[in-house]
Design a protein around this ligand. Structure first.
Ligand code: SF4
Ligand code: SF4
Length: 319
């Protein structure tokens, strides 16, 4: 974890609120309301004033880059604000300009310079079979660097690790039935390598950008967030989708949809996994609050440790 900077004591600013109280209040409020509250301009100003942008190294193993793309889709705050005002994204293979040996050297230099003070984001599962040869991510000093090497070498140097996406958090699709690459989650990998850096799991296929950004801000402002038994922040993954679904009344009245083209009715009989899934999609929604899975499809439980095998088949037409 990055050392928390001591905030000055009650020194009223122009607003009449001390900076310490302001941050405390806004961070607390954000937990109950949502991410956009975390990033109101005043908070960004406060972050700009007092805290160095937090260095982040983002590495990718067995994934589809969907988690990176999801972060890039962040609307409120915009990705520009996140990158320019909140974090210092030092490397991400999807968007970084440098590549090859230069990229590898940069990653390792940053890790050394900010040892214990940077966050490592792992996207994708880690393929441990065959000494990691299924995922060679670069070359440096005449040696091939695999995803296994990178996580093993960088994670102990990091202050915290964010396992972003269900593949990194639980193994996900690469670890599904037929897994020949030894695809492994971050936490399982750490267990085999005795790595003790704290891990925050942010699952989802892909995760909502708010879950990623909100977890990073929580790390900066208040440390590791409260986690559930699967290592996920309860702030975002604490409630059951079915219990909060707008179709719950239909379920209670046994009014069931028979296909996805039925505009109303509970979708359990066509495969909805909402009862098994814990996330706040029902209120946060996607694409800037426009829509969510149960509106026009079903929940496939993409945030759960058993995804995808335990959640298959995703869709089961009732006729
Ligand atoms: S549609 Fe899914 S989440 Fe909603 S009430 Fe039915 S089973 Fe539960
Ligand atoms: S509604 Fe279900 S499938 Fe859709 S994003 Fe949320 S947890 Fe994943």
């Amino acid at each position: 974890m990055k050392d928390k900077q001591k905030l000055p004591d009650a020194q009223p600013e122009k607003t009449g609120i001390s900076r310490r109280n302001f941050l405390k209040t806004v961070t607390g409020t954000a937990a109950g309301i949502g991410i956009s509250q975390m990033f109101n301009p005043a908070l960004i100003q406060a972050l700009e004033k007092g805290l160095e942008r937090h260095p982040v190294l983002w590495i990718q193993g067995q994934g589809c880059t969907g988690c990176s793309v999801s972060l890039l889709n962040s609307v409120d705050p915009s990705i520009a604000d996140i990158l320019l005002k909140v974090i210092s994204l030092q490397f991400n293979p999807t968007v970084s300009a440098c590549e090859g040996e230069m990229a590898m050297e940069h990653v390792y230099e940053v890790a050394k310079e900010y040892q214990g003070r940077f966050s490592l984001v792992v996207e994708g599962a880690i393929p441990v079979a065959e000494n990691g040869k299924y995922c060679i991510v670069g070359e440096m000093d005449h040696r091939e660097i695999t995803m296994v090497d990178m996580v093993q070498e960088l994670a102990p140097m990091a202050g915290s690790v964010l396992a972003v996406g269900t593949c990194a958090a639980f193994g996900g699709i690469p670890a599904a039935k037929g897994n020949v690459t030894g695809a492994t989650s971050v936490n399982d990998f750490f267990l085999t390598k005795n790595i003790s850096t704290p891990v925050v799991n942010i699952p989802g296929c892909p995760p909502h950008p708010d879950w990623i950004v909100g977890s990073i801000v929580h790390l900066l402002e208040a440390g590791i967030p409260e986690l559930d038994s699967d290592g996920r922040p309860t702030l975002f993954f604490g409630n059951n989708i079915h219990d909060n679904c707008p179709r719950l009344d239909d379920y209670d009245e046994a009014f069931m949809a028979m296909s996805l083209s039925d505009p109303i009715g509970c979708r359990m009989d066509v495969g909805c996994k909402g009862p098994d899934a814990y996330a706040d999609c029902y209120k946060r929604k996607w694409n800037s609050g426009l829509n969510w899975c149960v509106n026009n499809a079903v929940c496939i439980g993409c945030v759960e440790a058993g995804f995808p095998d335990a959640m298959s088949p995703f869709y089961e037409p009732a006729y």
